[in-house]
Structures are given as structure tokens and as C-alpha cells.
Design a protein around this ligand. Structure first.
Ligand code: ZN
Length: 478
């Protein structure tokens, strides 16, 4: 039976506690959750878009698109996400979309974010060629890779006002799920301005460690901006870039030479060196074992530049690793920023595309090798829900099937460390938040019961009852 004293924004010694006592009974208080990989404004916008996750047929997807039609403002886009054509017998086409929604431009991003399904009203707005290097325009009208991203960025990109409005609501949903901090990945979209405006209005309810695309390094450097600049609510954090594609689109770069190389080892070395000189750590997306090896090689080759400066580097996803590379994260001091929920939700795809490869979603092996593991959701790719992520890391299943590769499961304590403590270290905030002891910020979550003593099969019933950020309730005041 413990006690926790809070005064102002801080956890304090018992004798300095503020007035008022809350009896928690069987409930459990933990350090608040950090989502270490989230596209927050994009996810927030998605709360009201056509959501096509789990659609089992083209027909079902079209029904959901039609249902989303009424929420589209005059002159606006009908946006959506989450479709996966591999799950359907009938392929998505422009014609099918035209029949469902002829009069409003529609743009629907696939679940892996590498394909865009548009209707004729959307294409009519295009004033530049759709065919691009590294892009594909299929006869069916589906845009792939660079063609998809270019179309989205040019015509469907949300405004800062739209992101602001959506993020205000998103923060409420995140707080209800115990989130006190995020490592955001939408810097390229202008997310920093969104948070800065929310902070000005005293409306920012989650702490933000912001990424910026690494091709903006010269701009940041030119302005003299360095990682860590900001305050306890909003800080400029790190640079973000990509080594390869994804599992879902079969563009992850593998050691067998397959997949797509977005950045070479040499490019990453150059970025890491120049970033280190300007005091910026790098987070690099690497999914395939080839991409991960190249990223580790680059961090190793540039150690002299970043290690003395204390920069905390990270590889995002680290989804498939060759056995020889598992121990290199800890040896180099590079963190693995993973998504426990991906293991369970990607299992069928991974069995199919990465058949027989042992080092997929190898979280147990990474931990045993001493790796600093941080957990995130990659929302909107997966739902922003840390408890669901923790449960997926422990149970390695999302449905009635037995655990997938249970030997790679983590314990509840390990999952909590990855969700509460490790992210704070990546932000250089390990002495300010992530644990509940005197002198630390009072960022906490109250659960209906203790996950550590809860029988594993009852973990999916855990609920967030209240969330506090810096001494203020952001959800469910007790
Ligand atoms: Zn992501």
C-alpha cells in the first residue's frame, strides 16, 4: 500500500504534500504513458475520416466511404485511410469509387501509407503529371509510392487549422488512454506549429518531443536551433528519415537484396555526422534486416561524431533483424523504438512475406541483449492506445489465436519500462519524468487494477480511470 504526494506539477516528499487525499483502493497508479512513435495530427484527423481498417470486401469499404460523405464540408475533401486490398477478392478502382461518391473529391490512403485510392473528382483537381520517378499510376487509378505521396502532399494536405482543430480533440482521446507524452512524427506536416499554438492557448495536454525531417537540418542549423530547445511541454527533439519501405507493401529492404532502399548507409552516415555537429540525434525508420544492418553500420561508423556529444540515437521499428545484428543496438547505445502491437497485427503478413525468418519482432531477444526498447503505436497505422500495446507485447496476440512466437514476448514490467521510462531517457528527461519519485514531474495514470499482479488472460480488461500531466488532471479527475 503506497502513498504518492503531489504538489503543483511535482511529485514531492510526503511532508510537503498538498492538501486533499485520494484513496485509490484496488486501483493502481503508474507513471503516465508515452507514445514513442505517433503521427499525432494525422491520427487526430483520422478520428473523423472514413476508416477502412478491417473491411473484408470492396463493397464494405465503399459503404463506409458513402457514410463519411455527410461529414465533408462544402468544397472539402473526403479523406480516409486503412484499406488493404490483399484482404479483398475485388480490387479497388477509380470507377468503383466514382459510383459510390461522384461529386466530392475522395482520397483514401492504404493501411501501410504507400498507396492512394482516388476518384475522378479528385484527379480532376490535379494540375501536374501523376507519373513520377519512384511512383506508379495503375490503370485502375490507384497511385503508388511517390505518386501517392506527391498527390497527397500537393492536393490533400491538411491545413494547420485543420490539424489544430483535430489535435485538440485528439488530446482528449489520448488522455483518456493514459497518454502524457508523445514522440511525434508529423514534423514534416507542420505539427510543431500546431503544438506551439496549443501551448500559447494553454491547451497542450500532452508533452511533445518533436521530430523534423532530416532534409531540414540545414534550416535548423542556420537558425541555431538544437535538440532539446523548448520547455517541459514542447521541445524540438530529433531528426527523422527513412532507410526503406514497409512490410505491408513488400518494400522493406532485406539482406537478400529485395525491397526498396530509400537511404543508403552512406547517406545516413552523412546525415548523422552533420546532425551531430549541430547537436541533433537521428531517428531512422528501418524495417527490413538489410535496412537495419545499414543503419547500424552507419551509426557505428559515425560513433566518434555523436557519442561524445551524448546524442541518443534510435532506429524506428527494427522489425526484422539478422541474428548477428541483435546485440549491436546495446553495444552501440542505439535505442530500438518499436511497436509491440505490430507483432500481433502483422503476424499473418510476416509469416507470408518473411517466412522462416527468426528475427522478426524480436523484442525478447533485443531486451536480453541489453537494448533500450521504447514502445509506441505508430498511430494511425495502429490505434493510439498504450495499454493495448503493452498487452500485445505480453500476450503476442490480438484475437483468440495462441500467441505468435511467444518466445519473443516481454513481461508486463518490461512493457511498462518501454512505455513509461525508456521514452523519457530518449528525451534526456530521465531526471524529470518517467518515474514517480520526489523531484519528478507528476505525470501519472490511474488504472482500475494493478497490471503486474493481474493474471495475463485478464490484461485486456485493464482500464484507464484517470490521467494527470504535471499535477493537472487531463482525464477523469478523481
Ligand atoms: Zn510511423
Amino acid at each position: 500500500m503506497g502513498r504518492l504526494a503531489v504538489r503543483g506539477p511535482w511529485v514531492v516528499d510526503d511532508e510537503k504534500a498538498g492538501s486533499g487525499v485520494i484513496e485509490l483502493g484496488d486501483r493502481c497508479v503508474l507513471p503516465g504513458f508515452t507514445d514513442s512513435h505517433v503521427h499525432f495530427p494525422t491520427w487526430s484527423l483520422g478520428l473523423h475520416q472514413a476508416r477502412l481498417e478491417g473491411c473484408r470486401s470492396l463493397e464494405e469499404a465503399l459503404d463506409r466511404v458513402v457514410a463519411a460523405r455527410e461529414r465533408v464540408a462544402p468544397g472539402g475533401w473526403l479523406r480516409g485511410l486503412g484499406w488493404r486490398e490483399g484482404d479483398w477478392t475485388e480490387a479497388p478502382t477509380r470507377e468503383a469509387l466514382d459510383r459510390a461518391v461522384p461529386d466530392v473529391p475522395v482520397a483514401l490512403m492504404s493501411k501501410d501509407y504507400h498507396s492512394l485510392w482516388v476518384n475522378s473528382a479528385a484527379l480532376a483537381l490535379a494540375d501536374a503529371p501523376l507519373e513520377l520517378p519512384g511512383g506508379v499510376v495503375e490503370p485502375s487509378g490507384i497511385l503508388r509510392e511517390n505518386s501517392a505521396w506527391n498527390f497527397r502532399d500537393r492536393y490533400v494536405r491538411p491545413t494547420v487549422d485543420e490539424m489544430l482543430e483535430a489535435s485538440r480533440e485528439g488530446m482528449g482521446v489520448a488522455a483518456a488512454r493514459g497518454v502524457v507524452a508523445i514522440h511525434d512524427k508529423d514534423g514534416w506536416l507542420g505539427a510543431f506549429e500546431v503544438y506551439a499554438r496549443l501551448l500559447e492557448a494553454d491547451e497542450l495536454g500532452v508533452r511533445v518531443w518533436q521530430s523534423f525531417p532530416w532534409d531540414r537540418l540545414d534550416d535548423l542549423r542556420g537558425l541555431g536551433l538544437r535538440s532539446g530547445f523548448g520547455n517541459d511541454m514542447l521541445r524540438m527533439g530529433y531528426l527523422k528519415g527513412f532507410m526503406d519501405g514497409t512490410l505491408g507493401s513488400a518494400t522493406a529492404r532485406l539482406l537478400d537484396g529485395s525491397g526498396v532502399e530509400i537511404s543508403s548507409r552512406e547517406v545516413l552516415e552523412d546525415v548523422v555526422r552533420r546532425a551531430a555537429e549541430a547537436h541533433w540525434p537521428v531517428a531512422v525508420h528501418a524495417i527490413g534486416d538489410g535496412a537495419n544492418r545499414a543503419a547500424l553500420d552507419a551509426f557505428e561508423a559515425t560513433r566518434d561524431a555523436w557519442q561524445p556529444r551524448g546524442l541518443r540515437q534510435r532506429i524506428e521499428h527494427a522489425q526484422l533483424l539478422d541474428e548477428a545484428d541483435v546485440s549491436r543496438f546495446a553495444a552501440l547505445g542505439v535505442a530500438a523504438s518499436v511497436q509491440f502491437s505490430h507483432a500481433a497485427s502483422d503476424r499473418d503478413l510476416a509469416e507470408r512475406l518473411w517466412e522462416g525468418r527468426e528475427g522478426a519482432y524480436a523484442y525478447r531477444s533485443l531486451l536480453d541483449a541489453g537494448t533500450l526498447l521504447a514502445n509506441g503505436s505508430d498511430a494511425p497505422v495502429e490505434e493510439l492506445d498504450p495499454l493495448a500495446g503493452i498487452v500485445a507485447g505480453v500476450l503476442r496476440t490480438l484475437d483468440e489465436r495462441p500467441a505468435w512466437r511467444p518466445e519473443q514476448a516481454v513481461s508486463v514490467e518490461e512493457a511498462l519500462l518501454a512505455t513509461c521510462v525508456a521514452p523519457a531517457w530518449l528525451e534526456h528527461a530521465e531526471n524529470r519524468r518517467g518515474r514517480l519519485r520526489p523531484g519528478m514531474l507528476a505525470d501519472l495514470v490511474v488504472l482500475n487494477r494493478d497490471p503486474v499482479t493481474c493474471p495475463p488472460e485478464e490484461l485486456p480488461e485493464l482500464r484507464v480511470e484517470a490521467t494527470m500531466v504535471g499535477g493537472r488532471w487531463t482525464h477523469g479527475e478523481l
